[in-house]
Write a protein that binds this ligand. Structure first.
Ligand code: CAA
Length: 240
């Protein structure tokens, strides 16, 4: 049976190339999105990949949405927790709302989504969970205390979940992308982004496809001995 992969935030940014790369590899792929209807409709039309709309920071919305996904596609074998947002601003001017929104969308979503698939993965003795973190979880970034906390939280989440599920055929890994050429990164003001690019040893932004390839690698049956790992893909910006 074809394995089923779900990518959150899969209609744009890094998520769309991840979904496409998994589809090209022969998986059945479904994606979620939250607010950009136009992009979601275009993605579905262009790729034939089914899209589902809900707020991944909302536990009940995840459980209800996943019921529909299970009904239409069966249980999930590969979960890519990719959906995420930024609300940049220095902490001494940051609102509670921005803090909660970023933590909810980037980190609590990992609990919400993983909770809906983990029991079934354990029963079936197979699973791949891949959490898309960030280089800024590792190095910090001015104006991103909320984002860095959420993305660093994903790494701790990854390690704990890897231990809990190691004996059940489930691997749990994180990928920490650097500055990738997406709308999210392009939203940083031009002069600041230019400064950031100067600090990247490879001297350029990454391409989303360069992250997608790593997701396909970690999702593979043959990657079963890699778990609890964080894979840096950042042009040399931070090395282990
Ligand atoms: N070190 C220390 N302090 C700094 C600093 C630095 N490098 N740069 C600025 N500051 C301080 C300033 O002195 C200032 O302090 P005061 O309030 O005491 O005056 C304060 O930070 C605010 O500075 P600005 O006036 O420049 O503030 P701003 O509101 O115009 O801009 C910002 C703040 C929006 C966060 C801007 O600095 C910015 O966009 N930074 C880049 C953030 C970033 O990298 N985002 C990545 C988004 S993409 C992504 O996150 C994907 C991924 O995973 C990599």
């Amino acid at each position: 049976m074809t394995k089923v992969a779900l990518v959150t935030g899969g209609t744009r940014g890094i998520g769309a190339p991840i979904a496409l790369a998994l589809k090209d590899k022969g998986y059945t792929v479904v994606v979620t999105y939250h607010s950009n209807e136009g992009a979601a409709r275009k993605f579905q039309k262009d790729t034939g990949i089914p899209v589902y709309q809900w707020d991944i920071s909302d536990f009940d919305a995840c459980q209800n949405g996943m019921k529909e996904v299970f009904k239409n596609h069966g249980p999930i074998d590969i979960l890519v927790n990719n959906g995420g947002i930024t609300r940049d601003g220095v902490l001494h001017r940051q609102s509670t709302d921005h803090w909660n929104h970023v933590i909810g969308t980037n980190l609590t979503s990992c609990f919400n989504m993983t909770r809906s698939v983990i029991e079934s993965m354990r029963e079936r003795g197979f699973g791949r969970i891949i959490n898309i973190s960030s280089v800024n979880a590792l190095k910090g970034q001015v104006g991103q205390a909320n984002y860095c906390a959420s993305k660093a939280g994903m790494i701790g989440f990854t390690k704990a979940l890897a231990l809990e599920n190691a004996k059940k055929g489930i691997t749990v890994n994180a990928i920490a992308p650097g500055y990738i050429d997406t709308d999210m990164v392009r939203a940083v003001s031009e002069p600041i982004l230019e400064q950031i690019i100067k600090t990247i040893p490879l001297g350029r932004l990454g391409q989303a496809e360069e992250i997608a390839r790593a997701v396909v690698f970690l999702a593979d049956d043959h990657a079963g001995y890699i778990t609890g790992e964080t894979l840096n893909i950042n042009g040399g910006l931070v090395c282990n």
